[in-house]
Design a protein around this ligand. Structure first.
Ligand code: GLU
Length: 319
């Protein structure tokens, strides 16, 4: 069976709502700025609004000072949001409700595999994605209890042998078979934290998100999220996965690339408008690298004509 995300539902389309969904694990860099700028332009060009959601699900990696810093970074750049911030740390009850509804249907099972087991069991497919081979799927209740006495399990969702396909506004048609290209995936970690895939689906639905714009590194997560939306009775948002900006060595920009971090960009270009203009120009959103505010870029922005340069492009070299 194939699920296709399309606007085929009979009810009128809800207003467009996009989101900024930063993980507060560092300040912004050119890649996050590019992605947020496109999220903002795509929503605003359709008369829509933006929600700010702080994705602080990972309590170890999220740092309180980055929660403030990242909001200041958005504001400095003129990337204002209309609603929020919402925090994932407030949302455990909602995640638990979704988790329980899946568990009641027998779709969840405990997994005792260690990271080492997982790496030994399957070669990475599709970049970094590991296909879970289902090692813990068939454990009986006695074996589960015996293992649980020694080690707290994570929880996985059983996936069907089903293709999920959709059309991404930037990357075009994308299809993934859940069983062979993904495998049963985590919905709760062994430390009790709900997994990103579950949290993001519950939040996107609760916050009325209709437009998800994010880095192409999350493209391969989208079928998992669409499958969860199907199971939980949520509509699919429209997706646009933006190319990653990579450093000189084809590595994706990260918080370690200090020359692409926001403070370095402000120092190098002299103003927030010059930073936005440079990123817009080098990524093909704008014709030139001239300084511009997001509002100014909106005037010439047409989502249907997303620059040809972005299509089928996985990465853009930072310069
Ligand atoms: N919080 C994620 C990040 O900062 C984004 C997740 C998403 O957009 O779904 O990379």
């Amino acid at each position: 069976m194939t699920h296709v995300a399309s606007g085929t539902k009979a009810h009128p389309a809800p207003p467009v709502k996009g989101r900024f969904a930063p993980s507060p694990t560092g300040r912004m860099h050119a890649g996050n700025i590019f992605s947020a700028l496109l999220a903002w332009l795509i929503a605003k060009s359709q008369g829509g609004s933006i929600v700010l959601r702080i994705e602080d699900l990972d309590k170890e990696r999220s740092k309180p000072h980055f929660i403030d810093a990242v909001q200041r970074d958005f504001e400095t750049l003129g990337l204002f949001w209309d609603e929020g911030p919402y925090y994932q740390h407030d949302r455990d009850e909602a995640y638990a409700e979704a988790f329980d509804s899946l568990a009641k249907r027998g779709l969840i099972y405990p997994c005792f595999c260690t990271r080492a087991d997982l790496h030994a069991a399957s070669a990475p497919h599709h970049g970094e994605k590991l296909v879970y081979p289902g090692s813990c799927r068939a454990l009986g209740p006695d074996e589960q209890a015996r293992r649980a006495a020694r080690r707290a399990p994570a929880q996985r969702l059983v996936v069907p042998d089903e293709d999920i396909e959709f059309t991404d506004a930037i990357q075009g048609a994308y299809r993934q078979n859940l069983a062979t290209e993904c495998g049963d995936f985590l919905v709760r970690r062994s430390d009790g934290a709900f997994a990103y895939q579950l949290a993001v689906v519950v939040d996107d639905a609760a916050q009325g998100i209709t437009s998800v714009v994010r880095g192409v590194d999350l493209l391969c997560s989208t079928p998992q999220q669409m499958h969860l939306q199907n199971l939980l009775g949520f509509d699919h948002p429209a997706y646009a996965h933006v190319p990653l900006i990579v450093s000189a060595h084809d590595r994706r920009l990260s918080k370690r690339d200090h020359d692409a971090a926001i403070d370095a960009l402000l120092a190098r270009f002299g103003s927030p408008e010059a930073v936005i203009g440079h990123i817009a120009g080098t990524t093909g959103i704008a014709q030139t690298c001239d300084p511009a505010t997001p509002e100014e870029l909106l005037e010439g922005f047409d989502m249907r004509a997303l620059p040809e340069r972005l299509r089928d492009l996985e990465q853009i070299r930072w310069r």
